[in-house]
Design a protein around this ligand. Structure first.
Ligand code: 5GP
Length: 114
C-alpha cells in the first residue's frame, strides 16, 4: 500500500487536530467537517479499503468501532445520537485509501444519504 495522507498524520509528518489515540487507533478532526463534530478514526496499521479487511483484522475493526463509540459517550453526545460511516472505493465516496471511520455528530442526520 502506498504512503497516504493518513499514514503521514499517524507519523506526525503532517499536523492534525488529534482527539484520541491508543496503541492501534488514532482519531483526528476532519479538515472539511460535514457536521459540528466530524472525527476520523483510523487504524494505525495501513489497510486501504474495507475490501482489504480479512479475518485477521476482525479485532482491529472491532477496536476501531469501539474507540468511536467510547469517545462519543465521553464527549456526551452518545444518547442524542451520531453517525458512523465507512466509505469504500469510488461509488462509496472514498478519497483517502487508508481505512477510516467517519464519526459525525452535533446535528440531525438525513436518511437516505446523498
Ligand atoms: P473519504 O472521502 O476517503 O471517506 O474521507 C476522507 C476525509 O479526509 C474527507 O472527509 C476529507 O475532508 C478528509 N481529509 C482530507 N485531507 C485531510 C487532511 O489533510 N487532514 C484532515 N484532518 N482531514 C483530511
Amino acid at each position: 500500500m502506498s504512503d497516504t495522507l493518513f499514514a503521514k498524520i499517524i507519523r506526525r509528518d503532517i499536523p492534525a487536530d488529534i482527539v484520541y489515540e491508543d496503541d492501534e487507533v488514532l482519531a483526528f478532526r476532519d479538515i472539511n467537517p460535514q457536521a459540528p463534530v466530524h472525527v476520523l478514526f483510523v487504524p494505525k496499521r495501513p489497510i486501504a479499503t474495507l475490501n482489504d479487511v480479512g479475518e485477521a483484522d476482525a479485532a482491529l475493526l472491532g477496536k476501531l468501532v469501539l474507540a468511536a463509540a467510547r469517545w462519543a459517550k465521553q464527549q456526551g453526545f452518545a444518547e442524542r445520537g451520531y453517525r458512523c460511516v465507512l466509505n469504500c472505493n469510488r461509488d462509496g465516496g472514498q478519497t483517502v485509501f487508508h481505512l477510516h471511520l467517519h464519526l459525525l455528530a452535533g446535528r440531525a442526520m438525513q436518511w437516505p444519504p446523498g
